[in-house]
Design a protein around this ligand. Structure first.
Ligand SMILES: [Mn+2]
Length: 284
């Protein structure tokens, strides 16, 4: 009976992650992170180091989140640039979108778009984080395991099979709303009031989906859809880190583990409630 602990968007909240693992101790045989290890929170490098080390001693899968993907694409470009120019990549905030470090001195504490203050991070740390994220998440855009499918963002309602194209993988990382008529994934902000959130219309054809990406309210009625369960409860935004233990053979959701955030590390740009819908748009 494989018992899997799935964990929502960590976003650099290492203390809460360690507390969650402590609370779930003895209840699971494997871990699946549904993506977004980095950005926003206070301990980004340390989180990547910790998860990488964990993956060396137990069964850990890290689904690639949109923030992980964006960072890796940036880092890869920087490194390629450096190799071509014979220089170690410089880390300039303006070149490093969305990498936000909460514990850095002088940071605008409540701006979710606060740039990285790169002087306190050396290149080796960032490069190591890049290499470890690449190694852990390369081509890992979803994981089908027994009765479940783990993804970061969502599954468009017009899919009858999983595409292998990069565009398809990108949709797994980014999907939120889908077109009410066609079921196609919509870019953020392109939805009308009629277009549903993907999880509310997903029919379970690929398995019960466990996902992150869009912050949901903490209540079970908000997190649980008929064929999907959301684990992103906005830890970096000061709410909570959520995990769930599932039995992949029976499809049972055995136990939910929620660790309240110690602090508000960043401010959200949007928030999803099953009752009220997305209240503010603009998140990436
Ligand atoms: Mn996220």
């Amino acid at each position: 009976m494989p018992r899997v602990l799935a964990i929502g968007d960590v976003h650099g909240c290492l203390d809460e992650l360690q507390e969650l693992l402590h609370q779930a101790e003895g209840q699971f045989d494997a871990i699946v992170f549904v993506g977004d290890l980095i950005d926003r929170g206070p301990k980004i490098i340390e989180t990547v180091d910790f998860v990488y080390e964990l993956s060396g001693r137990m069964d850990v899968t890290v689904i690639r989140g949109n923030h992980d993907d964006k960072f890796c694409r940036w880092a890869k470009q920087s490194i390629v640039h450096a190799l071509e120019n014979g220089k170690v990549p410089g880390i300039k905030a303006k070149n490093m979108p969305d990498w936000q470090v909460g514990s850095v001195q002088g940071r605008d504490e409540h701006s979710s778009s606060a740039p990285l203050l790169c002087s306190v991070l050396d290149d080796h740390n960032v490069r190591r984080a890049y290499e470890h994220i690449e190694e852990m998440t390369a081509e890992t855009y979803y994981l089908k395991w027994g009765e479940f499918i783990f993804v970061h963002g969502g599954i468009p309602a017009d899919w009858y099979d999983f595409p292998t194209s990069r565009g398809g993988m990108r949709q797994l990382m980014y999907t939120r709303h889908v077109n009410a008529t066609t079921g196609r994934a919509l870019s953020l902000g392109k939805q009308t009031d009629e277009d549903p959130y993907w999880a509310s219309v997903y029919d379970g054809k690929f398995g019960h989906a466990i996902f992150g990406h869009q912050i949901h309210d903490l209540g079970d009625e908000d997190l649980m859809y008929e064929h999907a369960t959301c684990l992103d409860t906005g830890c970096a935004f000061g709410v909570a880190l959520t995990g769930i233990v599932v039995d992949t053979d029976t499809g049972e959701r055995l136990n939910r583990v929620t660790v309240l955030a110690t602090e508000e590390y960043a401010r959200p740009r949007n928030w999803y409630s099953a009752k009220s819908g997305i209240q503010k748009a603009g998140d990436k």
